[in-house]
Design a protein around this ligand. Structure first.
Ligand code: ADP
Length: 501
């Protein structure tokens, strides 16, 4: 397999960027870590070191929080910039990302492993649109006038103000590194907060390049600070920091619980976007020409490394064999190659840890009696490639059906009665997303109403839009990303009540 690093289309600016030791962005300056330490990121297509990055830790987080606090309390961001000026800056950032689209697409593919063509059509354009959508919100965050209800209410004027929540810590994962940064930064900036962002240790590069453009756009110093580092050190320090007003986290449910405990010290506000084990339900009246590729893409998009991946496929008995055969055939034909290969349809998993985790589940599935009808193992011995996998003969008690695998592995089970399927689909600790495929809109909407999930896609899957809220029921999280709902997390409501007598 060709290595992604030496593949021909590499933009010279990207080669230069990965060859340069990357620093931390604190108070508008690029600085080394206080410890002087660096950590490597790896190219998942080869397992080789891709770049070296300053390793932020407690002291760096503390410096970054101080800078964010100063920018929030006394800097031009809070004192002089109007909402319209904030909107302009966010829009300008979107324009700058657009001017550097190819660079971002390449960095993302190199660092995460995903196909370059996917970063080009999904990650980068969605990032740009997300910033533009939230630029629009900066000028539309309003309070209300409140008619009081008591007898003497006419003697008071009462209203609410919506104010920025303050200094925000944002901890993001490696599956969509740039887009997750945008989901978090967009609304926080629109609301007028200041930020300390900690990218995932596996994929810090696009956030660091974004930091350069944040500088170029002209955001005041300290408004956005970027501190890469490990979760247990930099991440934990940010979650526990007593001067952070709010922490926003996307990642595993397990770490989400740690974040919550760490946040308890100063009772900072918490929003969490966590794991999933999403049911994808195909009824026998579905248009299988759409449902079969839809079910394949629901699990195999981004190599199954999506918290909303349609990893539990439930198919009505009559069409079960046909659907499984179709999904298995697609799985077998997916071209698994380095992300820079022009033929690549699926790249490597992000890390060795992730490779071992997914392979562990593949073995456990077979041990528990599942039958592999496509894939089922690692591909090659260099890089972190796994074959897209379809498992059947599963039951709802198996680990592969219950636990989040976060890889290209789908379990398919038949069902007899559409009524039975609602309970089975909801039989999970998670509640992030679900899919329903049917030509009968009454049936589809009835099932959608019963599913305990933050998003239900009907006759489609993985459709995202900055205006559409996304987040989880149950252990899939607290709160929503995107839409106007996310602004709740980044604002405090102040009630002002004035006597008119
Ligand atoms: P995954 O298991 O998919 O790698 P994680 O939940 O471990 O996802 O990581 C998501 C983000 O959370 C990363 O930025 C990671 O560094 C960070 N993280 C991991 N552990 C902790 C922790 N104990 N406290 C704070 N952040 C953490």
């Amino acid at each position: 397999m060709a290595t992604a690093v030496t593949a021909p289309p590499m933009d010279p600016k990207v080669s230069e960027f990965v060859a340069t030791k990357q620093k931390l962005l604190i108070n508008g300056k690029w600085v080394d870590a206080a410890s002087g330490k660096t950590f490597p990121t790896y190219n998942p297509a080869t397992g080789e070191v891709l770049a070296n990055v300053a390793e932020g830790d407690r002291e760096d987080i503390d410096r970054a929080v101080k800078a964010a606090r100063a920018a929030f309390e006394t800097g031009p961001w809070s004192q002089k910039l109007s909402p319209a000026q904030r909107a302009k800056l966010i829009w300008k950032l979107a324009d700058l990302i657009e001017q550097h689209q190819e660079e971002f697409a390449q960095l993302e593919s190199l660092d995460n492993g995903k196909p370059l063509k996917i970063s080009r059509i999904a990650d980068v354009p969605l990032t740009i649109e997300n910033f533009r959508y939230f630029a629009g919100w900066a000028t539309k965050i309003e309070g209300n006038t409140i008619p009081l209800t008591l007898a003497n209410s006419s003697k008071f004027l009462a209203y609410t103000l919506r104010e920025p929540v303050g200094v925000v810590g944002q901890i993001i994962p490696w599956n969509f590194p740039l887009l997750m940064a945008a989901w978090k930064l967009g609304p926080a900036l629109a609301a007028g907060c200041t930020i300390v962002l900690k990218p995932a240790e596996q994929t810090p590069l696009s956030a660091l390049r974004l930091g350069e453009l944040i500088q170029e756009a002209g955001f005041p110093d300290g408004v956005v600070n970027i501190v890469p580092g490990y979760g247990e050190t930099a991440g934990a320090a940010l979650a526990a920091h007593p001067d952070v007003d709010k922490i926003a986290f996307t990642g595993s449910t397990e770490v989400g619980k740690l974040i919550l405990q760490a946040a308890a010290g100063n009772l900072k506000k918490v929003s969490l976007e966590l794991g999933g084990k999403s049911p994808n339900i195909i009824l026998d009246d579905a248009d299988l020409n759409a449902a079969v590729p839809g079910a394949a893409s629901a699990i195999f998009f981004n190599h199954g490394q999506c918290c909303c991946a349609g990893s539990r496929l439930f198919v009505e008995e009559k069409v079960f064999d046909k659907v499984v055969e179709g999904v298995a055939q697609i799985a077998e034909n997916i071209k698994v190659k380095p992300g820079f290969d022009p033929d690549c349809e699926m790249g490597p998993l992000v890390s060795e840890e992730q490779l071992n985790r997914v392979c562990g589940y593949l073995e456990s599935g077979v041990r528990e009696g599942a039958k592999t009808v496509a894939g089922g193992k690692r591909l090659g011995d260099r890089g972190y490639f796994v074959k897209p996998t379809v498992l059947v003969n599963t039951n709802d008690k198996m680990k592969v059906v219950k636990e989040e695998i976060f890889g290209p592995v789908v379990t398919a089970t038949p069902f007899r009665d559409p009524k039975e399927i609602e309970a089975r689909a909801n039989d999970t600790i998670y509640g992030l997303a679900a899919g329903v495929w049917s030509r009968d809109i009454k049936k589809a909407h009835t099932i959608a109403a019963k599913l305990r999930a933050g998003t239900v896609w009907i006759n489609c899957y993985n459709v995202f839009d900055p205006a559409l809220p996304f987040g989880g029921y149950k252990q899939s999280g607290w709160g929503r990303e995107m839409g106007h709902e996310v602004l709740e997390h980044y604002t405090e409501v102040k009630s002002v009540c004035a006597s008119l007598t």
